[in-house]
Design a protein around this ligand. Structure first.
Ligand SMILES: Cc1cc2nc3c(=O)[nH]c(=O)nc-3n(C[C@H](O)[C@H](O)[C@H](O)COP(=O)(O)OP(=O)(O)OC[C@H]3O[C@@H](n4cnc5c(N)ncnc54)[C@H](O)[C@@H]3O)c2cc1C
Length: 370
């Protein structure tokens, strides 16, 4: 081991969703750290409700109305993703720059979208029936499974490591580090731990944050490469959206059911999503069909690739971003434990901003500022 490596601080990041991956990357790419990312589900695994990040649409829309910290995180993330999505870059394939149209059935639901690039309020006479406000702006969508794989690869090429392990209690990693889960078992106390375990934080021993709860979201993935825009209707009790990805696949949604733990897509909800999205966006039917006759929902059914659902890791009180000092084992030195979890429905669009805060908290703690 070279002396530069030997002097680095060993940091364990727990959780390999978009929040853990981005936070681990941010720390690893900062000089002076060796990051081990430890998680029981990794981005290359099959999709399940134990890992929300696979299920996100995802688009970036500044839809948080009152939380200034969240707005700042979202804006910082937008800036990073806008650069990553620039035409001609190697990373543009994980994103699609689009024109997004947002319709609302009630002006009370309106978020501060006017900060999005090319924001325009749509003329009232152009709005569909039942819509009282419409706007359009430029934004980007994220091909989430591919983007997560990219983050993991970038972490490894920056010198970080990915370790699989199911942590029962935070003390396990405070005493043994990620080494307790590696094949040759090399326990070592880390210099710091960062907790990005999403909904799992509700069950992680020593933390067990009961403010964490799921907001279940069901989606349908279709193959419709002719769709090159995003469209949403925000209503009091439902959000209907179409999110086009770079690959030509399109995510249709959505649902928001609080404290709903059912882990499989419900067939009647899939049908409801298809009906709502087709009513909002008849362009989902293939162009050759639309050229000949009025399309029906039957024209969209053969395009379905996947139905799925994920649990948005929501936290009463918002995202937890703070530090505690903890030690495990008799007489153990306390080390900083940084928390970054509870991103609800905005984990992608706040990922870089919240990772910036987590890194700052870590650096200040390591420098003995608190
Ligand atoms: C249908 C749907 C649509 C969405 N659309 C958008 C969108 O358009 N834009 C947007 O920004 N967001 C969107 N989201 C929200 C976004 O998906 C989440 O906010 C984000 O994925 C949360 O990431 P995370 O890293 O916190 O959690 P997760 O992705 O769930 O990752 C948690 C990680 O922690 C690990 N872990 C947990 N407990 C333990 C333990 N005890 N031991 C070891 N490892 C553990 C897990 O294995 C996993 O690796 C959407 C979500 C859904 C469901």
């Amino acid at each position: 081991m070279g002396s530069a490596t030997a002097h680095r601080k060993n940091v364990i990041v727990l959780g390999a969703g978009v929040v853990g991956l981005t936070t681990a990357l941010k720390i690893q790419e900062q000089r002076g750290y060796n990051v081990s990312l430890l998680a029981d589900v990794l981005p290359s695994d099959e999709k399940s409700t134990k890992y929300t990040s696979h299920w996100a649409g995802a688009h970036h829309v500044l839809n948080v109305t009152e939380d200034a910290r969240q707005q700042k995180m979202d804006l910082e993330t937008f800036k990073v993703m806008w650069e990553l999505s620039a035409p001609g870059t190697e990373t543009e394939q994980y994103f699609k720059r689009i024109v997004q149209t947002e319709y609302y059935t009630n002006t009370k639901l309106l978020p501060p979208l006017d900060r999005m690039p090319n924001y325009k309020v749509l003329a009232p006479e152009t709005l569909p029936t039942g819509i009282v406000h419409g706007s359009s702006f430029s934004t980007l969508t994220i091909d989430t499974p591919k983007y997560l794989a990219y983050l993991a690869a970038r972490l490894v090429s920056a010198g970080g490591q990915l370790v699989r392990g199911s942590v029962q209690h935070i003390d396990q990693v405070l005493e043994g580090g990620a080494g307790i889960f590696t094949p040759n078992r090399t326990p070592a106390r880390p210099d710091a731990v960062v907790v990005c375990t999403g909904l799992g934080t509700r069950f992680l021993g020593g933390i067990e944050d009961k403010d964490m709860h799921p907001i279940r979201g069901q989606t349908v993935l279709v193959r419709a490469p002719w769709i090159d825009f995003g469209r949403t209707i925000g209503a009091e009790n439902s959000w209907t959206y179409v999110i086009a990805r770079h690959s030509g696949d399109v995510i249709l949604g959505g649902t928001r059911s609080v404290d709903d733990w059912y882990p499989l897509p419900r067939p009647e909800t899939t049908r409801d999503i298809l009906e709502r999205t087709f009513a909002m966006c008849p362009e989902l039917a293939p162009p050759e069909v639309r050229a000949q006759r009025k399309p029906t929902i039957e024209d969209v059914l053969p395009l379905v690739i996947e139905e799925g659902c994920g649990f948005r890791p929501a936290r009463t009180g918002g995202i937890r971003l703070d530090v505690e000092w903890r030690g495990a084992g008799k007489g153990a030195k306390k080390v900083p434990v940084v928390f970054n979890y509870g991103h609800g429905g905005y984990g992608f669009q706040s990922s870089w901003g919240s990772a910036n805060i987590a890194l700052k908290l870590l650096e200040e703690a390591m420098a003995g500022k608190f």
